[in-house]
Design a protein around this ligand. Structure first.
Ligand code: SF4
Length: 393
């Protein structure tokens, strides 16, 4: 009797939109070391703050649901307990807060917290809740929505490719339901998010082209400053929301998505580095939100490292919210872009599997700020990795 050979294991590579695709786009080589190797970053400030602020917003929403607290919330009595819970949760996962950013009491049980302990991460948590939480929480339909999809493997080659499909997944921070009729009948809403949407030309055009009443908005928080207008990051964030929108549309309970919103929460309480970068954007004409002459003078003339410019709340709010217009054409374009990213990752992986050295299989290319905060700069050949140290407050 002839025994048939066991068929080859069928495996579909799975890619996370933020953890793989955006991370690969930040730097191919750093992605390889961090995501495909066993080397976690030693002090991932941005990763810590990103996780921290997501946890804060989620738990603040749960608290708002159960206690219906009025805004503004007091930092010490109402927000700090949430921070302690998130800090502990992150430390269990090995994510320790940078001491300059956050005062942790995980190992200091008897400390009495005072306003003196409010460092920059706490300042951002407080301002994010009190600025956006009060407008956002009433609009939330569901939080942390897992979305998954499957796509054809780009440039599939039976002999070389790992699979003829790849999986793509992501987590939508917040899904919000809106009723267009209610919005249109309300000339000036008490909800600032609705007012920002109504003032957006692309959003108005989109709702005019649709017939239904109930729609969805995809919302994403980012623990970073608004990217420079037109930069790679600027585009990547837009692709992310558009791809989320495609993935969400495949779910049975989805409604038509009318817009995406990204909140850049560092803009509310910017660090020194954030301010330097905002200053550069304004000076170079890469600030895409309205700026008053007073804010313009303050930011462009600012030199004193110890005294930050007192920018208006309006400017900070404008910069911290970004509306992404959704339409079929841009969705398809973003899917094509991410297909191309998957193709590049697969190509690097295959090169490495075939014996190519890691540094030759994965490109070492990133912007200066990424390189200076990178753990692999000591043995990376990129020129940015050899420049002076940067201080991240
Ligand atoms: S130093 Fe820069 S180019 Fe090199 S791996 Fe790190 S981020 Fe990439």
């Amino acid at each position: 009797m002839k025994l048939s050979a066991k068929s080859k294991a069928y495996m579909i590579p799975e890619y996370s939109l933020t953890g793989d695709l955006l991370s690969f786009l930040t730097c191919n080589l750093q992605y390889r070391y961090q995501n495909k190797g066993t080397l976690p970053p030693s002090m991932p400030i941005q990763l810590w703050f990103g996780e921290f602020i997501h946890g804060i917003m989620e738990e603040a929403y749960n608290k708002w649901i159960s206690e219906k607290l009025e805004f503004p919330w007091d930092w010490k009595s109402q927000i700090r307990p949430i921070e302690d819970m998130i800090d502990l949760r992150l430390q269990v996962r090995g994510l320790y807060p940078p001491t300059t950013q956050f005062y942790s009491t995980v190992n200091e049980k008897d400390v009495e917290i005072t306003d003196e302990h409010e460092r920059i991460a706490s300042g951002r948590a407080k301002t994010a809740i009190n600025t956006w939480g009060k407008h956002l929480f009433p609009l939330i339909d569901s939080a942390e929505v897992l979305i998954k999809g499957i796509r054809n493997m780009p440039s599939y080659d039976e002999d070389k490719s790992r699979s003829n499909y790849y999986g793509i997944n992501g987590v939508i921070d917040v899904l919000s339901s809106i009723n267009i009729n209610e919005i249109q009948n309300d000339s000036k809403s008490n909800n600032e998010i609705i007012n920002y949407l109504k003032a957006n030309e692309g959003f108005n055009k989109r709702i005019k082209s649709l017939k239904g009443e109930e729609y969805e908005i995809i919302i994403d928080y980012k623990g970073m400053k608004r990217p420079t207008y037109g930069s790679d990051n600027w585009n990547h964030h837009e692709w992310q929301i558009l791809t989320y929108s495609w993935l969400r549309s495949k779910q049975a309970d989805s409604k038509t998505i009318v817009a995406g919103i990204i909140f850049y929460l560092n803009e509310l309480v910017p660090s020194y580095e954030d301010l330097k970068s905002i200053q550069e954007d304004v000076k170079n004409g890469n600030n895409d939100v309205p700026i008053s002459s007073n804010d313009y003078e303050l930011i462009t003339n600012w030199k004193d490292k110890k005294k930050y410019p007192d920018l208006s709340d309006k400017f900070k709010m404008d910069r911290s919210i970004r509306i992404i217009n959704i339409d079929k054409k841009t969705i398809n374009e973003s899917l094509d872009k991410f297909d191309a990213v998957v193709e590049d990752i697969e190509e690097s992986l295959i090169k490495e599997t075939n014996g190519c050295k890691i540094k030759d299989a994965w490109k070492a290319e990133a912007d200066e700020r990424t390189c200076l905060a990178c753990d692999f700069k000591t043995f990376c050949n990129n020129k940015h990795s050899k420049t002076k140290e940067i201080k991240i407050p």
